[in-house]
Design a protein around this ligand. Structure first.
Ligand code: TXA
Ligand code: MG
Length: 334
């Protein structure tokens, strides 16, 4: 594996061209996006896409997102471009929003896990955009981690998780959004929110003039196969996560004592820990949802690296602005 360090805002075109060359040749390139680092491959090359599944240890029924430099690139992969797509793309692209639309025939089934729809996104990170333009092809990219593990927000996280499973890593600094994109399905009669992110339902509704439906519950006869990350334990650190409300801090302290894990416990806290015993590695977290999202995975990586057996996570408020963060920490605690 090679690691190339580039400027996050103005990446050296020669280095970007090297990465684009690897993609064009069917290789794997990890690159920064504003949400998390992606593990990229030529999206129209079935063998290259297959290498992503192998490197991640990801089951083949989990579809991938095709990254494109602009809305025209998205339209080249899809057979429909409804008004909702046009509005959302205009409002939020480039940015942390993924749209699911009916796919064209040349989009390989391995990319969409056999589904008739493809997920498309225009990332906002200058390095991602430069790479997509230089490669001049759609780039399939899930988060650059092993299946079910923590998503990477730095090149070092990618290196730790994937090592030589990836041909090249573009290091463009830390991701600014910090959790994965909001995914909206536009193949049905009404827009459906498949995965919450940092764009709130209210912000989507304002642009759509329609509130997106929640994702269909898995198991329903007519429901599409649930998207990855929607059913299984996902986005999870190695440590066991204990999710708690601030009002239950004393009970958590008692549990730390009972299970004798306080010395090997970390915590993501929104309010001061005033109980005894205390977790050995308490990390104060920002009380702003965007700042919290940016910090979340890096904090969990840090506690994993420190060898924590348990991570206590104080539940953020149950408000729309916290939906994306709450979704990720709920999944991490399963
Ligand atoms: O922020 C992100 O979206 C990051 C960066 C790298 O762009 N990528 C990412 O990819 O999170 P991944 O593979 O970890 O998540 C892909 C998500 C799935 O959870 C699923 O909801 C949705 O995209 N998805 C992809 N293709 C789909 C399809 N054909 N139908 C429905 N959902 C799909
Ligand atoms: Mg992922």
């Amino acid at each position: 594996m090679r690691l190339l360090t580039v400027s996050p805002s103005t990446p050296d075109p020669a280095l970007v061209a090297e990465a684009a060359h690897v993609l064009r040749a069917g290789g794997l390139v990890a690159f920064p996006t504003e949400t998390v680092y992606g593990l990229g491959a030529h999206a129209l090359d079935a063998a290259a896409v297959q290498r992503i599944f192998a490197a991640k240890g990801r089951p083949s029924f989990n579809p991938l997102i095709a990254h494109v430099p602009d809305a025209a690139g998205a339209r080249a992969l899809t057979t429909a471009w409804p008004d909702a797509a046009a509005r959302l793309a205009r409002a939020f692209w480039p940015g942390p929003l993924t749209l699911v639309l009916p796919k064209r025939a040349h989009v390989p089934d391995v990319l969409t896990a056999g589904l008739p729809a493809v997920a498309v996104r225009v990332p906002a990170h200058p390095v991602a955009l430069a790479l997509l333009r230089a490669a001049a092809l759609p780039v399939a990219a899930p988060s650059a981690n092993r299946f079910t593990e923590l998503s990477p927000t730095t090149a070092q996280h990618v290196q730790k998780a994937l090592g030589d499973r990836v041909d090249l890593i573009l290091d463009g600094g830390a991701a600014s959004v910090g959790i994965e994109s909001t995914v909206v399905d536009l193949t049905g009669a009404r827009p459906t929110l498949l995965r919450p992110g940092t764009l709130s339902v209210a912000a989507l509704a304002e642009v759509l003039g329609d509130v997106p439906l929640p994702a269909p519950s898995p198991g329903r006869e007519d429901a599409p196969r649930p998207a990855p990350g929607m059913v299984e334990r996902h986005y999870a650190p190695r440590a066991t996560v204990w999710l708690f409300d601030a009002s239950a801090r004393d009970a958590m302290a008692a549990r730390l004592a009972r299970e004798a894990v306080d010395a090997r416990a970390g915590a993501l806290l929104l309010s001061p820990w005033d109980a005894r015993p205390a977790p050995a590695l308490p990390l104060p977290m920002p009380d702003d949802p965007a700042a919290y999202a940016q910090r979340l995975y890096a904090a969990l990586h840090q506690l994993d690296d420190a060898g924590c057996a348990v991570v206590l996570v104080e539940r953020p408020p149950d408000t729309p602005a916290w939906q994306g963060v709450r979704d990720r920490i709920e999944r991490a605690s399963r």
